[in-house]
Each structure stands twice: as C-alpha cells, then as structure tokens.
Design a protein around this ligand. Structure first.
Ligand SMILES: *[C@@H]1O[C@H](CO)[C@@H](O)[C@H](O)[C@H]1NC(C)=O
Length: 344
C-alpha cells in the first residue's frame, strides 16, 4: 500500500515537473521579453501604503492628426524618473489614437518617442482631454493637459510629472512621509501644478479636480496653480492630508528671463568635475522643473534646444544637473552626441 502511494506521488510529481517545464518553454521560447517582463518583481503588488510609485505624464496633441513626437529633453525626464525612482509603471496618458501610437513606437515619430514608448514600464493610456469647462472652450493644449493630469492622479494615484520636470534624486521619502498628497511652491509662492503626487482619491486631487470644472475661465492659472494653492494650503490644517515643499524642492528657478539665463546659458570650460563659479548647487532639489525660455521668447547664449551635445558638454546649470542620466544613456548606446532634439 505504502509503496503504491509513494509511486503515485512520484508519478504525480514527474507529471507536474513536465508540465511546468513545458509551460516555461512555451513562455520563454515564444515571447522571451514578455515572459521576463511578467516575472519582474515590480509586477507584484508593493507592500507600501504611501503614495504609489508610479509616474504619470500627459501628452495632449495640438491637432488630432499630430504625432506623439517627444523631444530629447522630454525623453530625459522619463529616463531620469526611471533611473532615480524605479517606478512600477510610467503612464503616458494621451489622446493620440492607436495609429499615432504605433508610429511613435516604431520610430516614425522620431527616435526619442521610440525609446520612451518601448520601455518596459511605460504604458500608453488613451484619454479624452476635455474641450469645454464651465461653459468656456478649453483652447490651450496646456490647459487640456491640466484637466487630464489631476483626473489621472485622482483615479490612479502616483506622481504627476510635466515633461520638462527633471528628477534629480529619489523621492521615496516624500511618497512615504505619511501625507495623502505632496506639492511644492514655485516662484511667487504658489503651489506648482507641473509636479505633484498623491494617493488615489486623496482630498487634494479630489477637491482640485471637482473645482477646476467650476472655475475654468480661460485664464492661465485660474483652474491650475490658483486651485492647487488654495486647496493645498487649506488641507495642511487636516493632519496627514498635504505636505507643501519649499521652492527649491521642485521648482528652484522660474519662467522669468534671469532665471532662464541662469539655468540654460552655456559657459566656457564647464566640462570638468569641479564646481565652476557660475554653478548652482541643487543639493536641496528633488525635481528640477526646467521652465522653457521659448515661452518668453528669450535668447540665451549657447542655448538653442536641449540636445545630447548641449547636455553632455556640461556648460550650463541645466546640463550639469541632468548630465548623469544623459551619460548613462550615452554609455548604453541610446544616444549619439550628434542627435538632434527631435531625434529625426
Ligand atoms: C552643495 O551643497 C551641499 C550642502 O550644502 C554640500 O554638502 C556640497 O558639497 C555642495 N556641492 C558642491 C559641489 O559645492
């Protein structure tokens, strides 16, 4: 009896092992990359109760037929988030249709979109960007993006990152500080709407999202920074709801000309490891929100676009700050020093 039982167990084990081998063979032989992705530890739910370690970026098209054409600087933001934070997911929320996404993925919308859209953590998520609120047409893509960003963080939780906001160090201590939401001041004292993080359904993003549809008036910040500041400050009085960081933390410079010059101007002889006299020390910055000088139409010495060469030469404060991630990309053969900012 005992022998028969042992034999049965043994043949059961052999059958199970054979089945497992066959399964593994099918998974790896047919889709090796996909199978590895399924086995990545980050796929398993993280036992953390802070703000989830996932990143949201938003790309709203200027016209329905436009491409998802990321520039080098935007790809750098995504690679820096990946490098410093190791997020479970990086969501790219866009109103682009499947064809535009396929074009971007296979390189027909430039190299930088191809690199970003093929990263294993990146998930493209189709969204509808609102075109009207409070009876007013939402004309600016930036404003349509404002609505999407607050909605997705409310719905999914995580870190919202403008594509000109460059992570410089890990933010895990901020996500785990025990607050429902974390934001930061910008020049002038308002809470910046280009970088914020929250738990799913946090009061900060819920109040903000509901209110933005009521107050929208086409003004640049009525529905964005104004509300983020109002609700952010109000929620500090409720324990654990809101942490507001100082200006250096997320947006040390500004959109004003002297700050843009300080950030982007190229100096001579920056390509070494010392701290040149013009260098800015970002030791108290988590994320560098690099406001573009293009909006103000400022002309800046030695700066045209964020290109691999401009960053790798380290002749400006911006270049010095984001250099480590660009260097990693260079070392991995992902960038060529002569690539253009459009990657085409
Ligand atoms: C930047 O500031 C920090 C803190 O004040 C300091 O420890 C560090 O040495 C500084 N870095 C440089 C390159 O001066």
């Amino acid at each position: 009896m005992a022998l028969r039982a042992a034999k049965r167990t043994w043949s059961g084990a052999v059958a199970a092992a054979a089945l497992l081998t066959l399964l593994l063979y099918l998974m790896f032989a047919r889709h090796p990359a996909a199978a590895l992705e399924r086995l990545r530890p980050s796929r398993w739910p993280a036992a953390e109760d802070g703000i989830p370690n996932q990143v949201h970026v938003v790309y709203v098209l200027r016209e329905p037929t436009a491409d998802v054409a990321l520039e080098f600087g935007q790809a750098l933001c995504v690679f820096a988030a990946r490098h410093y934070w190791h997020p479970r997911r990086i969501y790219l929320h866009t109103d682009a249709g499947p064809e535009a996404v396929a074009r971007a993925r296979d390189g027909r919308a430039g190299k930088w979109s191809r690199l970003v859209l093929n990263l294993p953590e990146v998930r493209v998520r189709r969204v509808t960007a609102p075109t009207e609120a409070n009876g007013v047409e939402i004309k600016q893509v930036e404003h349509r993006s404002d609505f999407v960003r607050v909605q997705v963080v409310r719905e999914l939780g995580g870190v919202y990152l403008d594509l000109d906001a460059h992570p410089l160090r890990d933010i895990r201590p901020l996500r785990r500080a025990g607050f429902g939401a974390v934001g930061g001041r910008q020049h002038g004292g308002q809470v910046n709407s280009g970088i914020f993080m929250a738990r799913r359904g946090a009061r900060f993003v819920s109040l903000w999202h509901d209110a933005m549809f009521r107050v929208f008036d086409g003004g640049w910040t009525t529905h964005s920074n104004d509300l983020a500041t109002r609700f952010g400050q109000q929620l500090v009085t409720e324990p654990g709801e809101m942490l507001i960081l100082d200006q250096a933390a997320l947006a040390p410079g500004s959109w004003l000309e002297p700050d843009c010059v300080d950030l982007y101007e190229a100096h001579d002889g920056g390509d070494d490891d010392d701290a040149p006299s013009w260098s800015h020390n970002y030791s108290d910055t988590y994320i560098l929100h690099a406001f573009s000088p293009a909006r103000g139409g400022y002309r800046i010495n030695g700066f045209d676009h964020i290109t691999p060469r401009y960053v790798l030469e380290r002749r400006s404060n911006f270049a010095r700050a984001v250099f480590p991630v660009a260097k990693l990309m260079l070392d991995r053969g992902l960038i060529d020093i002569d690539d253009s900012h459009l990657g085409s």
